[in-house]
Design a protein. Structure first.
Lengths: 468, 80
């Protein structure tokens, strides 16, 4: 059994040397808006680690890969500890990678004896450009040819592998992640399965084409055609969030002065429910102060989008986990007094494991929804009694158990009790803490067709519940 | 197809997809099976389609709440 974690710098390095610089791996801010809510380690980098562990123990001077299967079941977030379990003996090996208590990848590798000499020179990879954004209609006929090249620095990440495996075989593996992450499906991709067989004859390139595209699930089967490797790679079109931008019909139903009496502070205002509320309130003439933690670029985009009004918005950086209230007090001092507080900030929600209840994860959510909220609310109140309304979204998961959401639901239940207690003490403030259904935001992106509602109509109905 | 036969064949499908023995019951959900997430759900559905020679719509697949509903859907599609 072997353990390690992958740091962002290591994943960045793997991105550059493989040519797969998909933002889901190397851009922490962009990755936060994607399906796993965090940057994740390349599947092929995990395979590299499995091979590195094997090559490190190898009594022979070198080896060749014969066959490889791999199934990527769940993400390995950058920084999280992973455990490798192997069984079998040379030349056949089975492996399982465990992360967060669950098997996230498994597969098999067949080796054969070889000297470590390279059969063909491996070229130097040019600096990669951004990933392709293929349209769905282009998937079925997509094909291409990849040169077997590796960027420099592979030996820094995987020294035993670089010393003992033919570099053209390493280049085949890095070409696979490049094909999926940069070409097809490209930007919106998830690598799912590999089933390949290495042939004796190395070649300078490998050809690939989409053998089958199942548009029900966005699933692509890529066939590899080459004298050096044959087989199949399965990838998914990674689903993207729909509902952050309200449809024109909703916006045009809002009177230009309807929310002009609102001077709201929206915590977590650039995305999800917070992003929707910001757009609706500005459409109704409100002067919004929004906060973001990581998304300064999102905030700048939103300011540009909403600059024609009728209301206004500006943004401040705020980390809800920051226990020092200096920044909150600075934001309050820079305002004319907030009339409403919208607390839509959240850490990534879909991080729990089905059938497991983690106290650490519960405490993390509790700090986000109770500790951090109280700190903010009390600091606002200490600045003077300006608040007329508070919006705190709870969740339908409190009453309807959903797999993997136990800790989140537990913390939201505690927050509901907190809101009830605050409402009893602050009778002039109107508290709204509805149990919202699963909404279509970047937190709830998934591929299995779990229904998610458009957040805009719901958000507008909630805003209209506030007394004027 | 009778229900008992569907459960027996599904048990083999689950073993292949999830790499573990699962005692299937109508109320079995994703909570009960390690590794049953949104992507492996699709692998499961494709394996079920292959085993029973049926084809599901994406909307049918997204609405399934437990194994009982999956068995019901298979039975309906397979014409029993």
């Amino acid at each position: 059994v072997t353990r390690r974690s992958f740091a962002q710098e290591e994943v960045d390095r793997f991105g550059w040397l493989s040519g797969d610089v998909n933002p889901i791996h190397v851009d922490p801010v962009a990755a936060r808006r994607m399906i796993f809510n965090r940057p994740v380690v390349h599947g092929i980098m995990l395979i590299g680690w499995v091979l590195e562990c094997q090559m490190g123990q190898l009594a022979r001077s070198g080896a060749r890969l014969r066959t490889m299967t791999a199934l990527f079941i769940g993400p390995v977030p950058v920084g999280d500890e992973v455990t490798l379990e192997t069984d079998g003996a040379w030349p056949a090996l089975r492996f399982r990678i465990i992360c967060g208590g669950a098997v996230v990848a498994r597969g098999s590798i067949g080796f054969e004896e070889s000297s470590a000499a390279d059969a063909i020179p491996v070229g130097q990879l040019a600096a990669p450009r951004g990933p392709a954004e293929l349209d769905r209609s282009a998937f079925a006929s997509a094909k291409g040819e990849e040169r077997l090249e590796i960027g420099s620095g592979f030996e820094i990440l995987f020294p035993a592998l670089a010393a003992r495996l033919p570099h053209w075989q390493i280049a085949v593996l890095t070409a696979l992640t490049r094909i999926v992450g940069m070409h097809c499906p490209g930007l919106n991709s998830i690598l799912s399965e590999i089933d390949i067989r290495f042939e004796a004859q190395p070649a300078p390139t490998i050809g690939w084409k989409v053998g089958e595209f199942d548009d029900r699930f966005g699933r692509l089967s890529l066939d590899l055609v080459s004298t050096s490797v044959t087989g199949t790679v399965i990838a998914f079109e990674r689903p993207v969030a729909g509902g952050a931008r309200p449809q024109a019909g909703i916006l045009s139903s809002i009177g230009p002065r309807e929310f002009a009496h609102f001077k709201p502070l929206i915590v977590g205002a650039t995305r999800g429910m917070g992003g929707v509320l910001t757009r609706l309130l500005v459409a109704g003439g409100a002067r919004v102060v929004g906060t973001f933690n990581m998304g300064s670029a999102d905030a700048a985009t939103l300011v540009e989008e909403l600059k024609s009004g009728p209301g206004q918005c500006r943004f401040e950086k705020l980390d809800i986990f920051d226990r020092d209230t200096t920044n909150i007090r600075r934001i309050i001092a820079g305002s004319a007094g907030f009339s409403h507080l919208f607390y839509t900030a959240t850490p990534p929600i879909f991080v729990g494991t089905s059938g497991v209840v983690s106290n650490d994860l519960f405490e993390h959510f509790l700090e986000a929804y109770v500790g951090s909220f109280l700190r903010l609310f009390e600091t606002l109140e200490a600045g003077g009694p300006t608040l007329a309304g508070v919006f705190f979204p709870s969740s339908a998961a409190v009453q309807d158990h959903q797999p993997g959401l136990a800790e989140y639901a537990m913390a939201k239940a505690a927050a509901e009790a907190m809101i009830a207690a605050l409402a009893a003490r602050h009778r002039k403030i109107q508290f709204l803490a509805p149990r919202l259904p699963r909404l279509d935001t970047d937190q709830t992106i998934n591929r299995a067709g779990v229904a998610a509602d458009d957040p805009a109509p719901l958000a507008l109905a909630l805003l209209r519940q506030f007394r004027s | 197809l009778v229900e008992g036969e569907i459960y027996a064949r599904l048990t083999t499908v689950f073993l292949n997809v999830f790499d573990q023995e699962v005692a299937l019951a109508p109320q079995t959900t994703a909570d009960d099976v390690e590794g049953w997430n949104s992507l492996s759900h699709i692998r499961l559905i494709l394996a079920v389609e292959k085993e029973f020679k049926v084809r599901f719509a994406a909307s049918e697949v997204g609405m399934l709440k437990n194994v009982g509903e999956l068995v019901g859907l298979v039975a309906a599609k397979a014409g029993s």
